[in-house]
Design a protein around this ligand. Sequence first.
Ligand code: CAO
Length: 554
Amino acid sequence: MATVEVKVPDIGDFKDVEIIELLVKVGDTVAVDQSLLTVESDKASMEIPSSHAGVVKEMKVKLGDKVGQGVLVLLLESAGAAAPAAAPATASAAAPAAAPAPVAAAVAAPAVAAASVGPVEVRVPDIGDFKEVAVIEVFVKPGDSVKLEQSLITVESDKASMEIPSSHAGVVSELKVKVGDKVKEGSLIALLQGVASAPAAAAVAAAPAPAPAPAAAPAVVAQVVASAPAPAAAMPAHDPTAPKGALPHASPSVRRFARELGVPLHEVVGTGPKGRITQDDVQGFVKRVMAGSIVTAAQKSAAPAGDGGSFPGLLAWPKVDFAKFGPIERKDLSRIQKISGANLHRNWVLIPHVTNHEEADITDLEAFRVATNKENEKSGVKVTMLAFMIKATVAALKKFPQFNASLDGEQIVLKNYFHIGFAADTPNGLVVPVIRDADKKGIFEISAEMSDLAKKARDGKLSPADMTGGCFSISSLGGIGGRYFTPIINAPEVAIMGVCKSSMEPRWDGKQFVPRLILPLSLSWDHRVIDGAAAARFNVYFASLLADFRRIVL
Ligand code: CAO
C-alpha cells in the first residue's frame, strides 16, 4: 500500500475552473479513470478522472474551489502505486497539453464568405479530440434568428458537454441535426440565410495560441484531454436571449442521470451554485412527480381538456362545430382562469376528495354580528360572517392538527401557524388571498383585512405573497345562494370548507319547532391524510363553535 497524490491533469485551456461536484468521498474505492469531480467554466463542464485505483484517504479540494492543472485533488491508498504502468499523477499532470491546435482556424473559417447573403452552412468546428459525440440539445429551430457565436446545439461525450456556437449570424433556414444524432468536426448543423456579419476576425482574435505539441502523455492524461472541451472561443456562454429554461445548468453526469430517468431537466429548479441542477434536485423532482405534487409539462399536455391522452381507454374529448347549431362567439380564457384551471384540474385528479356536509345553527351569531355592526357603524369596518368562520377554523385546526397539514412524499408536514385563505370571485376568475396569522388577529382586524384583500383581488392587484402559504381555505357562496357544493381542495392544503347561504328553517327544540338560521357547510378533505371520522368530528366541532361562539375561548 502506498499513498498516491492524484492531481488535476492537463485540462487544455481550462484555468482556475470551479469545482461544482465532488463525486467521491473519503473511504470510497475508486478505479482508474473513474470520475472524481466535475469542474465548470462559463463555457463547459468536465469530469476529472482518477489516475490511479485505490481508496480515498484524504480529500484536498472542496466544492467551490478553483483548480487548474497540477492542483492536488486527493490522496489515495493505492495497492498498485508501485506498478510501473501507473505513473504518478504528478508526472501525468505535468505532461504538456495535448490541446487541439487548429481550433481557432476551424471557428475562424466559415464555409462561405461573410458578405454572402445566400444560405451559409454552419458546421461543427474543431472540437479537439471529441469524436462522434451525441447531440443532446438543440437550441434553435427554422425561422430563429441567431447571433454570431450563439449556441446552436450541445454535444456530450462520456465526460464533458459542450455547446457549439454559430460561426455566423443569420436566420436558420434548415436544421441538419436533431437530438440523438452523432456529430464530429465538419458535420453540418444548419443552413443560415441572410448572413450579415464577418466572424473570422473576431474568432481568430479570441482564439488561443496553439498549444505545444504533446509529448508522450500517459494514458490518463490522454483521456482527460480527450474529454476536454475545445478552447473557449468555440464555446460561448449561454445566450441570454435563448428561451428561458432551454439551457438547464447541469453537469454531464447529472444530465445523463436525468435522461436515464426521463426527467425534463428544464423543469427542474437547480439549488446548486448559480442555480445549477444537482443530482439531488433531479431525485427530488422524481419523488415529487411520483407523489403527485408536481405535474410535468408533458403530463399536462398529454391531457388537454380531457382528451383521454393520459387516461388510456377514455374516449377523446368531442370536437364539435358549435356554429353548426347556432351563432357563437369565442373568448380566450383569462390569465387567472388558465392558472386556476390548471391547478384545480390537477388537484381534482390527484387528490382523493371526500366531502362531508353539516349544518350550523348561526341564529345567535348572526344576531351578534348584526348588533356589532350597528354599534360600530362609524368605524367603517363591517364584521362579516366569514371573519367568524376564519376564527372558528383556527380553533378547529388547533383541535384537529391533521387538517393544518400538507403531504410531502411519505411525510405529513404539520404546521404551527394559521394562515387561512378565502376564495374570492373576481371579474377575471377565482383567486384565494390568504389572511396570515389569523390566530393572532381579532374579528375586526380580520374583517378589515378581508375587505382590503377582496378589493385588491377584484382590482387584479394581489401579489403572489398575498396568495401563498395558506393552511386551509374557506370558499363562501353565502352572499350568492345555494345549499351545498363540493369544493376542490387548494393543494398543498388538505381540506377546504365550503359555505352556502344560510336560511331560516324549522328546528325541533324538544317541545316544538322553532325558526333557526341554518348555515350549510361542505367540508372537502384529502383521504390520504384525513379519514371520515376525523372529518365528521371537525365539522361537528366547527358547527358547534358557530352555534355558540363562547366555546372558542374554552
Ligand atoms: N348566508 C347568508 N348571507 C350571507 C352569507 C351566508 N353564508 N355570507 C354572506 N352573506 C351576506 C352578507 O351578510 C352580505 O349581506 P349584506 O350586504 O346584507 O350585509 C351579502 O351576503 C354579501 O356578502 P359578501 O359576499 O359581499 O361578503 P362575504 O364576506 O360573505 O364574502 C367574498 C366576501 C370575497 C368571499 C365574496 O365576495 C366572494 O367572492 N365569494 C365568492 C367565493 C367563490 O367564488 N367561491 C367559489 C369557489 S369554487 O368555484
